[in-house]
Design a protein around this ligand. Sequence first.
Ligand code: SF4
Length: 235
Amino acid sequence: MIQPEQQRRAYLEALGIDVWVPRDEPEPAIVEETETADEPAAASPEPPCRDGLDWPALREAVSDCRRCVLHETRTQTVFGVGNENADWMIIGEAPGAEEDRRGEPFVGRAGKLLDEMLRAVGQGRDQVFIANILKCRPPNNRDPKPEESAQCRGYLERQIELVQPKIILAVGRIAAQLLLDTDTPVGRLRGKPHQLGGTPLVVTYHPAYLLRSPSQKRKSWDDLCLARRVAAGAS
Ligand code: SF4
């Protein structure tokens, strides 16, 4: 049986981390700064109703959607991918340039890192369901505006209803703050389970942030272990 420390080392090695760095080395002080909100996330108004839509109808509604200005600049909508009956649902903020081009969330270097992180806790990309709060790319990768996330939120909520995951992993500051309707820094949101409409939710760093700040990858391991325990009903 693989011991937790071995598993942790394997995880860090997979993510390109020097496993010989002492564990009690002081963490850099950049966590709260770089993941702290530039501006507070506004509370979302009541989302539009998507009640009763099945997967094909929901996909069609998203692909034709013009509810906010982002439809004007998108290449295509990015609905989400993966197992429609997944135990784990991964939620980010919005598509980036490559996602907009390919029509799939979390691709490119950040997507590969997310895949590695999930694989380390036994979750392949085809086992989980991955989606964003916004289905269209904000121009120049700017942050989603409150009115955009409010207009789009109903699609995500219907996706959650259809998937019925055991655990939601909120990836990155913006996703965590929008989902939990808070402006609390991500460094204080992680480390404990939250609830989103009755589904447990765990917060972790965005893989793009981890690529810029590799020292934080150790904390992402703790987050994924917490998510695994919560999904198993043990926390
Ligand atoms: S971001 Fe969402 S609400 Fe806005 S146009 Fe795209 S699918 Fe519609």
